[in-house]
Design a protein around this ligand. Structure first.
Ligand SMILES: Cc1cc2nc3c(=O)[nH]c(=O)nc-3n(C[C@H](O)[C@H](O)[C@H](O)COP(=O)(O)OP(=O)(O)OC[C@H]3O[C@@H](n4cnc5c(N)ncnc54)[C@H](O)[C@@H]3O)c2cc1C
Length: 486
């Protein structure tokens, strides 16, 4: 069969994964086309990382003004205008999108974008249905980078009530019109992962009464229990109601409100609020894109199956970003997709040897206040992997910076391989944890031991000293050290 090749690389999607791949294709002197049925730039820029971090910071300012940590500073209630906050958030999103994404499309000879819903119709052809008709894009190589979307659990009655998802952060120019234009008085959140916690704390700080409903015994399943416990306490102190161990039985409308029934400790309980936010998990965007037609396999979670070169079960079709879910140990996060998008483009288009992904060191942050940041394995994961490990947890009150500025909230935990003292995991709940974890990530990448953390001269006084102190805590009482001593 002769194939009319129009592009070197046809990409389904236009998020950070797709852009990284398209840019690398251009660097290699190849042509690439992306496709998009929502907004150019994908989830992170338009309804994920960027808008959430923008509003979370505003909420932090409101909270700390009302709760100053220093004796001598009086509390101030900052009036909140949700409409104005949403408008500035939309402006930031538009500016960022124009600067970081749309402006990169200025070389139509190399990178193009076709609006519309894409699906594979043969192993080299992608059909895109857009407002102005249907187009067929023919690619020598194909990359699936369609990302993920909120997964909606099967809850009796849910399809009959209006509910929000993280798409509430979409901006007004999203064609789906899902943006939340009014701040709710009260909010029920189904879920206790990072999106539920970030948005829950944010709404509570703006004055919404927030109830978090978690199926697990604790919030943040999969994280170190000490982190989950300490964060629960902090959030509860701020006024969030956290209901754990709750099995949702049904949801119904109650006038203008929504009522959720749960079974908890063998008793039936109900919770009512003005709005319901479903933030239980995310699922890869693999249905209805023609994968089965061309023989691209998905795993049980619906993620595209890939090998370590990001090749799917069809040799010239590749996949990267959220759409591969946990395949090859990946995680749904923007820098992972951008990193892997480039590798996928390299493997698809370059004459050089194939590159493999390495997902063992992926630092992550939850932007609550204080932040949760983790890299490597938890205690439980290390044990499950058969590593003879040792762990220590210390409170951040031992870190000079935390004490000096009246913010001792949080803990840090280190997991090490006992015989070698090699650090295999770090989890921290604390101020600036997202910045601190970079040092730990670099250390894990190069196989650092506890001695490496101890011997490294840390800037004084910084939160990064928490790493040195937790490394020291395996052999010393860190409560009995003078400043910077080891
Ligand atoms: C509320 C929230 C907060 C987040 N915060 C962070 C954070 O702080 N840090 C972080 O690293 N990550 C964060 N994430 C995750 C991050 O947004 C994703 O990991 C990242 O966007 C994945 O990039 P991607 O390119 O793989 O997919 P996406 O960004 O989802 O892009 C895929 C694109 O493909 C389009 N598409 C799908 N199917 C089709 C089709 N058939 N035809 C045409 N187009 C299609 C979609 O509309 C989408 O625009 C957050 C996510 C959410 C929801």
């Amino acid at each position: 069969m002769s194939i009319q090749v129009q592009y070197d690389l046809v990409i389904l999607g236009s998020g950070s994964t797709a852009f990284a791949a398209a840019l690398h294709a251009a660097e290699l002197g190849k042509t690439a086309v992306m496709t998009e049925y929502r907004t150019v730039g994908g989830t992170c820029a338009n309804r994920g990382c960027l808008p959430s971090k923008n509003l979370i910071e505003a909420a932090r300012l409101v909270y700390h003004a009302a709760h100053p940590r220093y004796p001598g500073l009086s509390p101030v209630q900052i009036p909140v205008s949700w409409a104005e906050l949403v408008a500035q958030k939309d402006e930031i999103v538009q500016e960022y999108r124009a600067h970081k994404y749309e402006s990169l499309l200025d070389d139509p000879e190399r990178i193009q974008i076709v609006p519309g819903q894409a699906r594979l119709v043969s192993d080299h052809e992608v059909e895109v249905r857009g407002a102005d008709g249907t187009r067929r894009l023919v690619g020598e190589q194909i990359l699936i980078a369609t990302g993920s979307q909120p997964a909606i659990p099967l809850v009796p009655g849910l399809s009959d009530v209006p509910y929000l998802t993280s798409d509430l952060l979409s901006s007004a120019d999203d064609p789906w019109g899902l943006e939340l234009r009014e701040q709710p008085d009260s909010l029920l959140i189904l879920g206790s992962g990072y999106i539920a916690l970030e948005l829950g704390q944010m709404f509570a700080r703006f004055g919404t009464q927030v109830t978090l409903i978690s199926r697990g015994r604790t919030i943040l399943s999969g994280y170190e229990p000490e982190i989950a416990e300490a964060l629960t306490e902090i959030l509860q102190k701020e006024g969030l109601r956290i209901v754990t161990g709750a099995q949702v039985r049904g949801v119904r409308k109650a006038g203008e409100d929504v009522t959720l029934s749960v079974l908890r400790h063998e008793s039936q309980q109900t919770y009512t609020a003005a709005k319901l936010l479903v933030a239980t998990s995310r699922r890869p965007n693999t249905p209805e894109i023609g994968l089965e037609r061309v023989g691209v396999e998905v795993d049980r979670a619906g993620a595209v199956r890939v090998d370590r070169t990001l090749r799917t079960t069809v040799p010239h079709i590749w996949a990267a970003g959220d759409v591969i879910g946990r395949e090859t140990g990946s995680q749904m996060a923007t820098p992972v997709g951008a990193h892997d998008g480039k590798i996928a483009a390299h493997n698809a288009l370059s004459e050089e040897p194939l590159r493999e992904v390495d997902h063992t060191v992926i630092p992550r942050t939850i932007f609550t206040d204080p932040q949760v940041a983790v890299v490597g394995m938890t205690d439980e994961e290390a044990n499950a992997a058969g590593i003879a490990c040792e762990c220590n947890v210390i409170p951040l009150s031992v870190v000079p910076r935390a004490g000096a500025i009246h913010d001792t909230r949080g803990v840090i935990k280190m997991v090490l391989e006992r015989p070698t003292r090699r650090v295999v995991g770090v989890s921290m709940l604390g101020m600036n944890a997202g910045e601190v974890i970079g040092e730990a990530a670099m250390a894990l990448r190069f196989g650092a031991t506890t001695d490496d953390f101890i011997d490294l001269v840390h800037v004084y006084p910084t939160m990064a000293e928490a790493l040195k102190l937790v490394a020291l805590s395996f052999t010393k009482d860190v409560n009995r050290l003078s400043c910077c001593a080891s």
